[in-house]
Design a protein around this ligand. Structure first.
Ligand code: 0X9
Ligand code: ZN
Length: 307
């Protein structure tokens, strides 16, 4: 059973998905997709309805891009739990779709933020970069993708929190996400990347204020999520393109996934809490992950209706 009383370590998250795969061998499949800079194993969990039909449509979701956004892996795990353990209630979500989930895209950063208060607000990966004899750690994985890389809202300074990396895909973690996106691009309908905080449902583009041709479809899906959350909990999510409702920032995974062929690509910025917004107390996990699930389920239902 998944606990929402506390935040899990990367090892506990891995144990949880390993355990699910053991318990539901006909519906849950694990795949090692690569290794982080510090050689932590990156594993996807594929959730199906067990009918073994190949080449179903795909929803790909990741969490834990940014190290300090602990609520993200917690919410992603909760979604996994609902789809697997409450399969009977959610069978429709898995009828023509496989869900592929990478719960912690940046495990080195996630683990580092659990080493003490000084590290708690660290954002990036953990590959060291030298600048004038000084060492700073990590690139911003959400500025490291090769689509309008480092053009806007990103930095070339390794000590910046939005360091784009020395070149696109300099981080093994973003290479892994890139490879997953390309593997499923031809049947990838929706990409969801879970961040915090601020209560936003964001769609492309994040590199320009212009909107993609199909922005209305993106807006329909995101709005379905926002409306469902508002109705269930009263929480307001702001919906719109990344650049227009948040800020311009190029080289992010959402733009890349959309460019690679996913029809729908959404960054969900969950509810914030604690002192900085990135550190909601564990007592808030339950409320925030159930709220997130309501939004994600509604977006998936809208996608299934449209595609
Ligand atoms: O800046 C980010 O990477 C995301 N916000 S966060 O506070 N979680 O860091 C927003 C990314 C939105 N997407 C694009 N700008 N493409
Ligand atoms: Zn983030």
């Amino acid at each position: 059973r998944l606990s929402t009383d506390r935040y899990y370590t990367h090892e506990e998250i891995t144990n949880y998905i390993n355990d699910l795969a053991d318990r539901f061998p006909s519906r849950v499949f694990l795949k090692t997709v690569g290794w982080s800079y510090e050689k932590r194993e990156l594993k996807t969990i594929t959730i199906t309805n067990g009918d073994r039909r190949a080449n179903k449509k795909v929803i790909f979701m990741d969490g834990g891009f940014h190290a300090r956004e602990w609520i993200s892996p917690a919410a992603v795990l909760y979604v996994i739990e609902q789809l697997v353990e409450k399969f009977d209630e959610n069978a429709e979500l898995l009828k023509d779709y496989d869900w592929i989930v990478l719960p912690v895209a940046n495990p080195d950063g996630y683990e580092y933020t659990q080493t003490g208060t000084l590290a708690r607000l660290f954002r990036k990966t953990r590959q060291p970069y030298k600048l004038l004899g000084q060492t700073c750690y990590g690139a911003d994985p959400n500025r490291n993708f090769d689509f309008h890389w480092n053009e806007e809202g990103a930095s070339s300074n390794p000590c910046s929190d939005t360091f784009a990396g020395p070149q696109p895909f300099s981080e093994p973690e973003t290479q892994v996400v890139r490879d997953i996106l390309h593997t499923y691009a031809d049947r990838g309908i929706m990409y969801l990347t879970i961040h915090s905080y601020g209560n936003y449902l964001l769609y492309p583009w994040g590199w320009t204020s212009e909107l993609p041709e199909t922005w209305q479809d993106l807006d329909d899906v995101a709005r379905a999520g926002g409306d469902a959350i508002k109705e269930a909990t009263g929480t307001d999510y702001e919906v719109g393109s990344s650049t227009n409702v948040l800020y311009i920032a190029a080289g992010a995974s959402d733009d890349y996934a959309f460019y690679a062929g996913f029809n729908i690509s959404i960054t969900m910025e969950l509810s914030g809490g604690g002192i900085t917004g990135f550190d909601p107390p564990a007592s808030k996990i339950d409320e925030f992950v159930t709220e997130t699930w309501i939004g994600i389920r509604a977006m998936a239902e809208k996608v299934i209706e449209k595609y």
